[in-house]
Write a protein that binds this ligand. Structure first.
Ligand SMILES: [Zn+2]
Length: 214
């Protein structure tokens, strides 16, 4: 027992250094120029979730046959269509948000963290929800990583025309990747009357266009 005191002092000093070491690692930014969201950005992000959580389905506005033919939400998410549940689904996957340059993308996912570019904060609330849903899917693993879009990919990026998906890693080979799940969400929005059919259909088709079969 004689050496118990110095030993314990040594241990607590070690522990202190070790904690400091861990603290430094945890605070190491994943993306090169990321910074914390400012007050205005935090408010926009919060408003995005408030909007999503306000979407609770009541009555289907389209024919049941059409609904059954195209609805994939429950197959993909394993719960019935609900904005609140979807909000939780995103929040269990994205643990941290930061702001920085995202190049050819609106947002980027890495290790439970999403980097939001300037463009994200200029989007309307529906597009912001779509971006978060898409990024959250990346948390489910490499399986949901993108494949390269064909060189002759003819479709426009709905959110930013400067971004050309052709020849870039912006397509999916799976039906339930980032683009498939946003399409399934948009279909429900149209079916339950949260969007008119024209808007729901063009947005749905646009997400679907990124799913390629090789
Ligand atoms: Zn993606």
């Amino acid at each position: 027992m004689a050496d118990s005191k110095p030993h314990s002092e040594f241990s607590s000093l070690n522990l202190l250094f070790f904690s400091f070491f861990l603290f430094s690692i945890w605070n190491e930014p994943i993306f090169s120029d990321e910074s914390k969201l400012n007050g205005k950005q935090t408010k926009i992000l919060k408003e995005t979730f408030v909007y999503l959580e306000s979407i609770e389905p009541k009555k289907i506005k389209i024919e049941k046959n059409t609904y059954n033919r195209h609805s994939q939400f429950e197959t993909f998410f394993k719960f019935p269509f609900s904005g609140k549940k979807l909000s939780r689904w995103i929040q269990t996957r994205i643990k941290k948000y930061s702001f920085g340059s995202t190049g050819d993308y609106v947002a980027m996912y890495q290790d439970g963290e999403v980097l939001l570019g300037r463009g994200f904060f200029n989007l309307n609330r529906l597009d912001r929800v779509l971006v978060l849903l898409h990024e959250a899917r990346h948390a489910d693993g490499k399986l949901y990583g993108h494949v390269v879009c064909p060189e002759d990919f003819p479709y426009l990026n709905t959110r930013d025309w400067k971004i050309h998906p052709a020849g870039k890693k912006g397509c999916d080979a799976l039906p339930d990747g980032g683009y498939g799940i946003t399409a399934s969400f948009l279909f429900e929005l149209g079916a339950y009357g949260f969007l008119n059919q024209t808007e729901a259909a063009y947005r749905y088709n646009s997400e679907i266009s990124r799913i390629i079969r090789d």
